[in-house]
Write a protein that binds this ligand. Structure first.
Ligand SMILES: NC(=O)c1ccc[n+]([C@@H]2O[C@H](COP(=O)([O-])OP(=O)(O)OC[C@H]3O[C@@H](n4cnc5c(N)ncnc54)[C@H](O)[C@@H]3O)[C@@H](O)[C@H]2O)c1
Length: 155
């Protein structure tokens, strides 16, 4: 399997990349990341020579770059986002752009590429939190908690 991992140079994304390559060493991983202030290639330094790992610097809002890098992938795991609450209040436009428009570009690309499996990693700021171990699940028909630009943008 070949995974297209957006935001893989960030905090959770880079931990997921390490987890995946350790537990699925036969799989290939393409990390697609704009390297904003939150992205750091140091997070991926120890795997840069792994033949199953590839890094592509790019913006998820750039449909052409996404489609090019996505070629041959079987699934998208989407971590790329503006993710910090304080910044969402100071610069909400960045959140609308990456979290809404960027996610839309990825969804379109997934459809065009034969309906790829799509995992969107988001935040409990969007629907709210559930008790640890709860068997309940949020789903898309629940109302958003629109307290902050972060939650309103689905980040
Ligand atoms: N860190 C947490 O405690 C936490 C908790 C709950 C949910 N989340 C959610 O998980 C997801 C990932 O969080 P994180 O903490 O790893 O975020 P992060 O801010 O550490 O990393 C985000 C990554 O996305 C990249 N990125 C941002 N905009 C981009 C764009 N337009 N194109 C391509 N790459 C772009 C950045 O360069 C960075 O590498 C977010 O949706 C966040 O809201 C995080």
């Amino acid at each position: 399997m070949r995974l297209f991992i957006t935001g893989g140079a960030g905090f959770i994304g880079s931990n997921f990349v390490h987890y995946w390559l350790t537990n699925h060493p036969q799989d290939q991983v393409v990390v697609f990341d704009k390297l904003t202030y939150a992205g750091n290639l140091e997070n991926l330094k120890d795997i840069e020579s792994n033949p199953n790992f590839k890094f592509v610097k790019g913006d998820i809002c750039d449909a052409e770059a996404v489609e090019k890098a996505l070629a041959g992938c079987d699934a998208i795991v989407h971590f790329a986002a503006e993710s910090h609450v304080d910044r969402s209040i100071m610069r909400p436009e960045d959140f609308v752009r990456s979290n809404v428009l960027g996610t839309r570009v990825l969804l379109d690309a997934a459809l065009k590429n034969g309906k790829l499996r799509f995992h969107h990693v988001s935040t409990d700021e969007v629907f709210g939190s559930l008790p640890l171990g709860s068997s309940e699940r949020w789903n898309e028909s629940e109302a958003f908690l629109l307290f902050l630009p972060l939650s309103a943008s689905g980040g």
